[in-house]
Ligand binder design. Structure first.
Ligand code: HEM
Length: 76
């Protein structure tokens, strides 16, 4: 079953992630923004190199889930 933003990706972001990053124009809770390939790639870059979220890098499983969602075409 293909991954979807609403069911599988949105729940990966904490409220503090959404709140902190919205002031930088990084709209983690907005499917329209997140489904733009360049935006998804910038988020993937930050979580895969462990720079984001600051001080609490994602477990590998979560990074893989995000990558799979990208590879499957960024479904809503
Ligand atoms: C999963 C959670 C998060 C993701 C995916 C994320 C993603 C990103 C991305 C993609 C950027 C680069 C933005 C750009 O250059 O245009 C960024 C920058 C930044 N983020 Fe996050 N972020 C997350 C959580 C947080 C949290 C919780 C905070 C605050 C405590 C935070 C603080 C910052 C700051 C201060 C920058 C600017 C860094 C700089 O320009 O050097 N982020 N983040």
């Amino acid at each position: 079953m293909a991954l979807s933003f609403a069911k599988d990706i949105r729940p990966l972001f904490r409220e503090e992630d959404v709140d902190c990053m919205s002031s930088y124009g990084v709209l983690l809770d907005d499917p329209a923004w997140m489904r733009v390939p360049a935006n998804a790639q910038s988020v993937y870059g930050a979580v895969s190199n462990g720079s984001m979220p600051p001080g609490s890098p994602w477990p590998e499983e979560q990074v893989k889930t995000f990558k799979r969602w990208m590879d499957e075409g960024l479904a809503a």
